[in-house]
Design a protein around this ligand. Structure first.
Ligand code: SF4
Length: 324
């Protein structure tokens, strides 16, 4: 069954839990090695001072977190981190910059292109998240060696305006279209735990299932509450993510987007090893490793290595060729 309507996604999500896991496992077996996990490293190459108002983000210049904005990292400093990431087992290197988007003529963009060219020589997949981009910028990024462009939808279109007002859902979809038009893979997912409903989560998934081609990877982030963010004012005491709701969402994503990597992303540190194992069982086959995720702590690297060893999971090989 092709699961691309909200009704179909709800039917999948709400089926008996063990049946849902069975179906997700069957999908996993059909499309992916069962005992392999993509290991990614995420580096903030330009931190803080962002003009956007994403309610969850400590890097928004409008938040009261007090994060000191930093300059754009130079190529050599990024390369030191990228080489270390490769040595520690990462097969994908992701770079994020805190700004609204890029202008092709901007010196900063040219500097990022130079960094991408250098990182792409290391034999890892290269992903960047630079905000809104034009089709021309997307072509330049692809030519420089980017394998995937991350641009998250975050949530449903209906809930989106509660979270972000400085750019629209349509803006996001336009950037994704530009990325696809340039022939780059799309990495696109969302965040749960921001006060949205299960329906909002499934509506976001519904949009993702309409992408053509399907997203190459789908990050599922759990909110990491940060004091001083607008979301922290909206939800002063955000409830812990219900692990079974998270597992249901991951299993539903696995079934609805069988060829996409499903990345258990931010917030993994707050999950027990049993909770993470359930997420992997449900079809998550990608994680970030390393101590930091942009501005928040990630799961402990030693704990990750131990858990993957206990589960007999080895790294998924990088896919370096880009879509035609
Ligand atoms: S999520 Fe990105 S665009 Fe939004 S405020 Fe943070 S850095 Fe800026």
């Amino acid at each position: 069954m092709s699961a691309s309507s909200l009704e179909q996604l709800e039917a999948i999500y709400n089926q008996p839990f063990f049946k849902l896991i069975d179906d997700a496992r069957a999908t996993m077996r059909k499309h992916w090695p069962e005992d392999e996990m993509q290991l990614c490293t995420l580096l903030s190459i330009k931190t803080g001072g962002c003009s956007e108002d994403c309610a969850y983000c400590s890097q928004s210049g409008r938040s009261k977190v007090g994060l000191k904005p930093g300059p754009l990292m130079n190529t050599e400093d990024v390369m030191k981190v990228a080489r270390l990431a490769k040595a520690e087992g990462s097969t994908r290197f992701c770079m994020g910059a805190a700004w609204k988007g890029v202008k092709e003529t901007d010196k900063k963009f040219q500097s990022v292109l130079e960094t991408i060219r250098a990182v792409s020589e290391l034999g890892m997949e290269v992903c960047v998240t630079l905000g809104q981009i034009s089709e021309d910028a997307a072509h330049q990024l692809k030519d420089a060696g980017v394998t995937a462009y991350n641009h998250n939808l975050d949530t449903s279109e209906e809930y989106y305006s509660e979270i972000i007002t400085t750019h629209t859902y349509k803006d996001r979809l336009e950037t994704i279209q530009n990325v696809q038009a340039a022939g780059m893979s799309v990495c696109c997912g969302g965040i749960i735990g921001m006060g949205e409903t299960v329906t909002d989560r499934l509506k976001m998934l519904e949009v993702l299932t309409k992408f053509n081609p399907a997203p190459e990877s789908v990050p599922i982030n759990c909110l990491v509450p940060i004091e001083g963010t607008r979301l922290n004012e909206m939800l002063p005491e955000p409830p812990m993510i219900d692990i079974l709701e998270l597992v249901r969402l991951i299993a539903t994503t696995r079934i609805a987007l069988p060829t996409s990597k499903v990345r258990l992303s931010a917030g993994r540190r707050r999950l027990t090893k049993e909770g993470q194992t359930l997420c992997f069982l449900a079809g998550a086959n990608s994680i970030f490793i390393g101590d930091r995720l942009l501005t928040t702590d990630n799961a402990d690297a030693k704990d990750d290595a131990k858990l993957l060893s206990e589960l007999n999971i080895s790294p998924l090989a990088p896919v370096l060729s880009q879509p035609a």
